[in-house]
Design a protein around this ligand. Structure first.
Ligand SMILES: Nc1ncnc2c1ncn2[C@@H]1O[C@H](COP(=O)(O)OP(=O)(O)OP(=O)(O)O)[C@@H](O)[C@H]1O
Ligand SMILES: [Mg+2]
Length: 234
């Protein structure tokens, strides 16, 4: 069951890559909901299925078993950065474009005029206090600065759900915490829900809801977690 605040809902959803002898079960029978305003950290060992689950939330990987839906969003979110914004694991800025152009690019691809997209990009960069980075190429940015520009790119599109896949993976803890602070700031500005995968317990500890994955199985380790509750059971 979904309601007006449910941005993503999974009911015994799984994802298997490939078929037959080479099939890999990445996510198994996950039941969860991400509701408006949620702040969720997703932890778990390498290969436990975090990226796959985030890609399912973004509509980039299908549920190969069970079901998923995006009740309060405007249809299927794939290719809709105004609905779900995702920061992928690893570097995601285009090397030949400066920071403003990187932030503006998805808006232009989405049909916005070049000038309007640039204005919107500058606005998002300003809202995150990153003006000094606006004209820099990705090569001229530190890892943490590049990730904060990637957050500005998500903010500019104005999604209702922000997904960040190990945005702090390549950073020291201080830089990682700064990136997470900027992510939370962006989510607060938009009134968006936020799901962040991380290996760092200190970063996970900053989130009200803490979910863990082991071998494709999802569990909550935070008390009183309404988002994790299997709403289909009620
Ligand atoms: N495109 C793919 N094709 C086949 N198998 C895949 C693919 N992507 C991921 N897998 C497998 O699915 C499982 C889950 O991978 P996933 O990337 O979701 O884990 P993860 O928790 O994000 O790991 P990490 O912490 O290393 O990023 C792993 O066994 C992985 O090898
Ligand atoms: Mg991953």
């Amino acid at each position: 069951m979904t309601d007006a605040t449910t941005l993503f809902h999974a009911e015994r959803a799984g994802h298997t890559y490939g078929t037959g002898a080479t099939a890999v079960v990445a996510v198994r029978e996950v039941s969860c909901a991400v509701t408006s305003g949620a702040r969720i950290a997703l932890s778990g060992p390498s290969g436990s299925g975090k990226s796959t689950l985030l890609h399912m939330m973004a509509g980039l990987e299908q549920a190969t078993s069970g079901s998923v839906d995006w009740g309060a969003l405007d249809g299927h979110p794939a290719g809709r950065p105004d609905q779900v914004g995702i920061i992928f694991q690893g570097v995601s800025l285009i090397p030949s474009l400066n920071a403003v152009e990187n932030v503006a690019l998805p808006l232009v691809i989405g049909g916005m005029s070049y000038d309007e997209a640039q204005n919107r990009a500058r606005d998002a960069i300003g809202r995150l206090h990153l003006e000094s980075l606006a004209a820099k190429l990705p090569d001229e940015l530190s890892g943490g600065q590049a990730q904060r520009i990637a957050v500005a790119r998500v903010l500019a599109a104005g999604p209702k759900l922000i997904l960040a896949d190990e945005p702090t993976g390549q950073l020291d803890r201080a830089a990682g915490i700064h990136v997470v602070d900027v992510l939370v700031e962006a989510a607060d500005e938009l009134g968006a829900a936020l799901v962040v995968s991380t290996h760092d317990p200190a970063i996970a500890a900053r989130f009200a809801s803490r979910w863990t994955m082991h071998d494709g199985i999802l569990a909550s380790v935070s008390p009183h977690d309404d988002d994790f509750t299997d709403r289909t059971a009620s």
